[in-house]
Design a protein around this ligand. Structure first.
Ligand code: GRF
Length: 215
């Protein structure tokens, strides 16, 4: 039997990815979400967690003098839960190098683009403006380079004729809800790891685009 994997999820907003992670928990999945932490007290995701009986905490960035102080407080709360894995699910703060180093190899983020393409914000508009035939989302290990860490899993969707930023946002979001639970499960099962050369699945180094699911 696989040992349980303690997970802490950080959010800032709606938490639809958090919901997908919560819903994916079960007897056959070793991942257990022990706490959900938000930097915004009004984040709807906190209600989702509470409804699921998961401990919620707020570490409000506005209560701290700067990034270092905020991250120190955040790390203290995270470490109370002894996480094997820390998941960023719409957590809208840039983390300090010290934070990223502390959770190196056990810190995942989801980004709405086919990394390494379109790091940063407003990815859907930029993809449409460039007439890209494909778009998608990526789960990646977090490193000190923003949106630059090794990709674990990617969902690729074709950009449909007449697509708008709104329709693309909705379609990409639906794919996020498929690949994030998969990444959490694979990590919890010990199948997904961060290696020297990149993300590794079942002992093999993945390509720069990670494990790709094509829709
Ligand atoms: C997602 O689009 C994710 O790619 C980005 O933040 C958003 C979070 O959405 N990092 P939600 O709060 O999970 O609904």
């Amino acid at each position: 039997m696989t040992a349980t994997c303690n997970v802490v999820v950080l959010i800032s907003g709606s938490g639809s990815n958090l919901q997908a992670l919560i819903d994916s928990q079960g007897a056959d999945n070793p991942a257990r979400i022990r706490a959900v932490i938000s930097n915004r007290p009004e984040a709807f995701g906190l209600q989702r967690a509470a409804t699921a009986g998961i401990e919620t905490r707020v570490v409000d960035h506005k209560a701290f003098a700067g990034r270092e102080e905020f991250d120190a407080a955040l790390m203290a709360v995270i470490d109370e839960h002894a996480p094997d894995l820390v998941i960023l699910a719409g957590f809208m703060r840039i983390l300090t190098a010290g934070f990223v180093r502390r959770y190196a190899g056990r810190l995942l983020n989801i980004h709405p683009s086919l990394l390494p393409l379109y790091r940063g914000l407003d990815t859907h508009h930029r993809v449409l403006a460039d007439n890209q035939p494909e778009h998608g989302c990526s789960v990646h290990f977090v490193t000190e380079e923003l949106d630059g860490g090794p990709v674990a899993i990617q969902a690729v969707i074709p950009v449909a004729p007449g697509e708008t930023a709104e329709s693309l946002t909705a379609r990409v979001h639906a794919e996020e809800h498929r690949i994030y639970p998969l990444a959490m499960r694979w990590f919890a099962e010990g199948r997904l790891r961060l290696g020297e050369q990149g993300a590794m699945l079942d002992g093999e180094t993945l390509p720069a685009t990670g494990y790709q699911l094509r829709i």
